[in-house]
Design a protein around this ligand. Structure first.
Ligand code: ZN
Length: 136
C-alpha cells in the first residue's frame, strides 16, 4: 500500500467562514498517483472542521447562520473564562475535524453537490489542511 501525505495552508478572513478546498484536495489526489484507496481530509485544529456539501451561495449562508445559532459566541461557556472561543471548539467537536473520501480510478469520489469545505469558527486565522491518500 502506498501512503501519500500532503498539506497546505488557508488564510481565513472572518470569524465564521466556509472555504471551498475541493480543487486543492483533488489536486492532491491526482498528485498522489494512487488509483484506488482512501483520502483523508483533515484540519489539525480544535476550532475548525471539514464538511462536504453544496457550494451554493444561499446554502453557504444558511450553514453559517445555523452554525451561529447552534454555537453562539459568548453563551456563558466555561472555556470562555480562559479563552474567547468556546463556541468554536464546540462547533469543531460536533462537526468533526476530518472527513474521509473514496478514491477510485485515480479520482476523488464525491457527489455532484458535495464540495469539500473548511469550516472556520474562530477566524481570521491561518489553517493547515492535511490531505493524506492511502491505497494502491
Ligand atoms: Zn480555546
Amino acid at each position: 500500500m502506498k501512503v501519500w501525505f500532503s498539506d497546505f495552508s488557508i488564510s481565513t478572513r472572518n470569524r465564521f467562514e466556509l472555504v471551498d478546498i475541493t480543487r486543492r484536495v483533488e489536486e492532491a489526489v491526482s498528485a498522489s498517483k494512487i488509483r484506488d484507496g482512501l483520502c483523508l481530509v483533515y484540519a489539525p485544529h480544535a476550532t475548525a472542521a471539514i464538511i462536504a456539501n453544496e457550494h451554493e451561495a444561499g446554502l453557504l449562508n444558511d450553514i453559517l447562520a445555523k452554525l451561529r445559532g447552534l454555537f453562539p459566541e459568548g453563551a456563558g461557556y466555561l472555556h470562555d473564562r480562559i479563552d474567547d472561543n468556546a463556541h468554536a471548539h464546540l462547533a469543531s467537536a460536533f462537526l468533526a475535524s476530518s472527513r474521509t473520501f473514496s478514491v477510485s480510478w485515480g479520482r476523488l469520489v464525491r457527489g455532484t453537490w458535495q464540495n469539500i469545505m473548511l469550516v472556520e469558527a474562530d477566524g481570521p486565522r491561518t489553517r493547515r489542511i492535511v490531505v493524506e491518500v492511502l491505497g494502491e
